[in-house]
Write a protein that binds this ligand. Structure first.
Ligand code: FES
Length: 112
C-alpha cells in the first residue's frame, strides 16, 4: 500500500458508557472533529463539520435516523452521511464504528 492510499485505523474515542441512547458527543481523531451519535441503540460517526457553512453537527438535533444541522437545518443520514434535506451531493464522511473492551472505536483513515 503506498502513501496515497489510506489504510484504515481504529482509534479509541470514548467510553461506551459515556454515550447514552439518542445522544451525541464530539470527539477528536487526528485533529479532526467527529460527531459520535447513538441512535436507537446503534452508534454512528460522522464528520462534525457541516459542508454548508461549518455548523457543528454534534450540536444538532436528531430526527429519525438523521441529524439536523443547528444553523440552517440541512439534514444528514447517520448511516451514509448523505443529504436528506439540503443541497444534494454535499454529504459528510461517515466512519466505521466498533465497541470493544468498553470503548467506542472509530475507523479513521490514515495516510501513513
Ligand atoms: S451550516 Fe449546516 S446547514 Fe448551514
Amino acid at each position: 500500500m503506498n502513501a496515497e492510499s489510506p489504510s484504515p485505523s481504529f482509534y479509541s474515542v470514548l467510553d461506551e458508557s459515556a454515550l447514552t441512547d439518542n445522544s451525541m458527543e464530539i470527539v477528536e481523531v487526528q485533529g479532526r472533529r467527529i460527531a459520535l451519535i447513538k441512535r436507537f441503540g446503534k452508534i454512528y460517526a460522522l464528520d462534525n463539520t457541516c459542508p454548508h457553512l461549518g455548523g457543528s453537527l454534534g450540536r444538532g438535533t436528531l430526527k429519525g435516523v438523521a441529524v439536523i444541522c443547528p444553523l440552517h437545518h440541512w439534514t444528514f443520514d447517520l448511516a451514509t452521511g448523505g443529504v436528506v434535506e439540503g443541497v444534494p451531493d454535499e454529504g459528510v464522511a461517515v466512519y466505521e464504528v466498533k465497541v470493544e473492551n468498553g470503548k467506542i472505536w472509530v475507523n479513521y483513515p490514515s495516510l501513513t
